[in-house]
Design a protein around this ligand. Structure first.
Ligand SMILES: NC(=O)c1ccc[n+]([C@@H]2O[C@H](COP(=O)([O-])OP(=O)(O)OC[C@H]3O[C@@H](n4cnc5c(N)ncnc54)[C@H](OP(=O)(O)O)[C@@H]3O)[C@@H](O)[C@H]2O)c1
Length: 246
């Protein structure tokens, strides 16, 4: 169903981003997987159908990293249909991370990865998306990015800012492309285990289980209007192509 779609996923080495890379590749898209850990990216490419995944080892919070991402896309034809910004950093959480004493270095790092990197990488990729077919940009938000919660510090603040950034982009793009905010909901990943250490991971959906909505939004005929906030949990166990032309 995603034949010929050219998709870039940041955070492709782990958790949700990794599951998205593999789901898109298994539906015949050509996928760039971006993250810092080269070895992990190689393992993702090896787990995908041959030739479908290109790993790009890059730190999206650095200028050279973002340039390397753009160069890789340029060398592969210079066009993208979908970008998913799934790379993220949690930073400190809990009572020790209350705003009154939240560490300044962690604040800068979390904002740099969860917000500024999305903005600055978009500036590098926007031209490629303009050459795509009914392009889509998906921001990966969070429950605490829609309603703030004590102890979630810069992470919650960065996801609120991401929501605002996505709304501005949707307005600017108008009919030229689709912009979505997707909240995965609590998902069984290393980040979630770090955020809520006492939780039973088996009680949470796996990253693979939350992929249907992300698959659907990558389809050129997805009917969801641009600029909206969506919940991946609403699509658990559903056919991603429901109501779409075969
Ligand atoms: N899991 C949940 O319950 C949950 C809930 C709501 C929202 N989310 C959001 O979902 C997204 C994915 O989270 P996850 O749970 O899958 O976390 P994860 O397993 O920890 O994965 C985070 C990913 O981000 C990449 N990354 C971090 N910093 C980076 C940087 N500077 N440059 C490039 N890549 C970077 C990591 O790769 P490297 O380490 O290889 O660079 C990794 O692939 C995040 O945006 C998170 O906020 C998760």
């Amino acid at each position: 169903m995603l034949d010929g779609r050219r998709i870039l996923v940041t955070g492709g080495s782990s958790g949700i981003g990794r599951a998205l890379v593999l789901a898109y590749a298994s539906h015949r898209a050509s996928v760039f997987a971006v993250a810092r850990r080269e070895e992990a990216l190689r393992a993702v490419a090896e787990a995908a159908p041959p030739g479908r995944v290109t790993g790009v080892a890059a730190d999206v919070a650095s200028e050279p990293g973002r340039r390397a991402v753009a160069t890789a896309v340029d060398h592969a034809g210079g066009a993208l249909d979908v970008v998913v910004h799934a790379a993220g950093a949690l930073g400190p959480v809990g009572p020790a991370a209350h705003l009154a004493h939240y560490p300044a270095d962690a604040w800068d790092r979390v904002l740099a990865i969860n917000l500024s990197a999305v903005h600055l990488l978009h500036q590098r990729l926007a031209g490629f998306l303009e050459r795509g077919r009914r392009p889509a940009l998906i921001g990966v938000s969070s429950t605490v990015g829609r309603r703030g919660r004590g102890g979630w510090g810069a992470y919650a603040v960065s996801k609120h800012a991401l929501e605002g950034w996505l709304q501005v982009l949707a307005d600017e793009w108008g009919e030229r492309g689709r912009v979505y905010s997707v909240n995965p909901g609590a998902t069984r990943t290393p980040m979630r285990a770090e955020a809520v250490p006492g939780e039973d991971p088996a009680a949470l959906p796996s990253p693979e289980e939350i992929t249907p909505l992300f698959l659907r939004l990558a389809h050129p005929d997805a009917p969801e209007p641009s600029g909206i906030q969506l919940e991946a949990r609403s699509w658990l166990g559903r056919d991603p192509w429901e109501g779409l032309p075969l």
